[in-house]
Ligand binder design. Structure first.
Ligand code: ZN
Length: 183
């Protein structure tokens, strides 16, 4: 998802895939061995996300079909960042109450659309130390974590929009990719 952030570090910024790309429509594989290489990948993804800038990023967006997402939805001047890396995140429960947010995506730059999702979700994941975590998320965090987990299942926020709007955005992205390829 898009958002404004500043973050300074020496980690690697990866190129982010732009829709349409078959890797963005693929099912990501569960992680069964939390290696140092995957921890570095999580740190790099956070760096890539802050650099974009964005508030969430999923591994398939940098071409890695593994169940790993990162997010930080802290907003406001002077607020401490809260970088979260989630391996194998799962939604355990979702509220009946719904919330509508205008969503964006780093893989679909400068396109936005209103998406309705559960207002609160309970998420379980493995953190970068290999420890199982569980937490209830609301507000922007709830939207963001659902958006990122969707990426692991090959689902994009535009899949929730009306077909005509989705096709229009996809055509714009195809044009953008042709322009980027010429540079
Ligand atoms: Zn996205």
């Amino acid at each position: 998802m898009g958002g404004a952030f500043a973050y300074i570090s020496v980690m690697t910024v990866h190129p982010i895939l732009i829709h349409p790309d078959p890797r963005l429509k693929s099912l990501a594989k569960p992680i069964d061995d939390l290696s140092d290489e995957l921890r570095v990948l999580a740190d790099d993804m956070l760096q890539t996300m802050y650099h974009a800038p964005g508030i969430g990023l999923a591994a398939p967006q940098i071409g890695r079909l593994q169940r790993l997402i990162v997010l930080d939805c802290v907003k406001g001047e002077g607020m401490a960042p809260r970088p979260l890396a989630m391996f194998n995140p799962e939604i355990l429960a979702a509220s009946d109450e719904l919330n509508t947010y205008e969503e964006g995506c780093l893989s679909i730059p400068e396109q936005y659309g209103e998406v309705v999702r559960p207002a609160e979700v309970t998420v379980r994941w493995i953190d970068r130390d290999g420890v199982e975590q569980q937490e209830d998320f609301g507000g922007l965090w709830a939207t963001c974590v659902q958006h990122e987990i969707d990426h692991l299942d090959g689902r994009l926020f535009i899949d929730y929009l009306k077909p005509l709007r989705r096709q229009m955005i996809t055509r714009k992205m195809q044009k953008l990719k042709r322009e980027l390829a010429r540079k």
